[in-house]
Write a protein that binds this ligand. Sequence first.
Ligand SMILES: *Cc1c(COP(=O)(O)O)cnc(C)c1O
Length: 398
Amino acid sequence: MTSATIERANDVIADTYKRFPVLLTRGSGCTLWDDSGRAYTDFVAGIAVCNLGHAHPQVAEALCRQARTLWHVSNLFYTGPQIELAAWLTGKSFADRVFFCNSGAEANEAAIKLARKYFKEAGRPERFRIISMQNSFHGRTMATLSATGQEKVKSGFAPLLEGFDFVPFDDLTALRAAVGPATAAVMLEPIQGEGGVRCPGPDYLKEVRALCDEAGLLLIFDEIQTGMGRTGTLFAYEQCGAAPDIMTLAKALANGLPMGAMLAREAVAAAFGPGAHASTFGGTPIVSAAALEVCRVFEREDVLAHAHRVSAHFRDRLEWLKGRHPLVEEVRGRGLLLGIRLAVEGDPFVIACMERGFLINCVQGNVLRFVPPLVIDAAQIDALIDCLDELFGRARQA
Ligand SMILES: *Cc1c(COP(=O)(O)O)cnc(C)c1O
């Protein structure tokens, strides 16, 4: 990418992202190409978004077919793809009803609003507080950044939305102590993604569920990053022996088209009547048709079984790296939401990998995160491992 292009971008685009000097122009499967024709194997996937890889032929075909048929009408009317998608999602999950929107933050906004409305409708308006986790990430809108447990996301935006309390993740005692007469819900990610690919202990989520039942609280799982097969099952909650009352999805739902969803049990969803909440583009036919095809490809090609196989291989190879290089301190994650915590800063390795044709990213300063398309293969994983092995070997000598 020429410096003139970079200068032009820096003149006209809001300066909210620290970007790499690469202009990506094309993608296919797990490979991306830049404007000079260089290829990269993609272990970022738009941050856990393109689970079926780039430009998936059947999803592209479904999208084009819908583009020639009907793009958008208001939610004042029924449309087929939205209904079929909601039926698929409720058929595969604990939920009975789906509200569609356009992003993760909006899905969490809907969840926060629904939790408050549920207790208002139940005649308990004093219950409006939500307990959230330190180190969590729930989005960048005013409500969702208020729900986020990271100072760097909130800094500069006070006054924040009232009604959020924070406790350490994976600490049931602290959670129990934080529940009060104003508590309405507990909101958390089953695995903290942006927080550094942090998994809780094996019984934690089940115990959180039991605590919520005991105290009459709603349980909200933010599965925006963990959902749609990312952790080895369609939804991460399936592995913890407990289901939430409300779940939010976005990222991978339409494989790269903007879509969010909030799913809820009937008794909870019932608090949202006509006029309570809305979104102009939510569940619009063109995006729903793509998401529906994503769901069908998941079934037709048994994407989960493939992801399960390669994830075991990926994990083994990361453990192998850890055994060889003391600077790799810990292998984290589940399914294809994997990370390694380093004893040193991660950014130089992200850049060195990119120079060698691999896109990865770094969270929390020292955790390299790997969230490739679920259709990645073992040879592509091995090539990345070889690259990291060489880089870690060099770092030791330096
Ligand atoms: C990405 C993410 C969000 C925010 O999604 P946007 O679409 O960027 O608003 C919320 N929660 C989690 C867990 C995420 O990973």
